[in-house]
Design a protein around this ligand. Structure first.
Ligand SMILES: [Zn+2]
Length: 95
């Protein structure tokens, strides 16, 4: 599935709810899902990881839609490798 397709499906599925909740509350939900992902990374099996990565991706996508950002455009930053050094693999100092 393309990122733009996912964003389109989630827009059609949740746009009304997401708009009603608003950007700040949607951000807080996404943060809660990131917390669940952190727990799954510590203690979860692969099925839980797949589930939690999906939820974080969905909330991130909803948030991008609310903010008027197409994630395809965001992903394009990395289309040619590292956006800082422009290399694949990245040649920047590790952080
Ligand atoms: Zn780099």
């Amino acid at each position: 599935m393309e990122i733009s397709e996912l964003q389109s499906i989630l827009r059609r599925t949740y746009q009304e709810r997401d708009a009603g909740r608003g950007q700040d509350a949607t951000f807080r939900w996404m943060a809660e899902e990131v917390g669940e992902l952190a727990r799954a990374l510590r203690t979860g099996d692969r099925a839980e990881l797949v589930h939690e990565f999906g939820d974080v991706l969905a909330w991130l996508t909803s948030l991008a839609t609310l903010a008027g950002v197409e994630l395809e455009e965001s992903a394009a930053r990395y289309a040619d490798g590292c956006p800082k050094c422009g290399r694949i693999p990245c040649g920047c100092e590790p952080r």
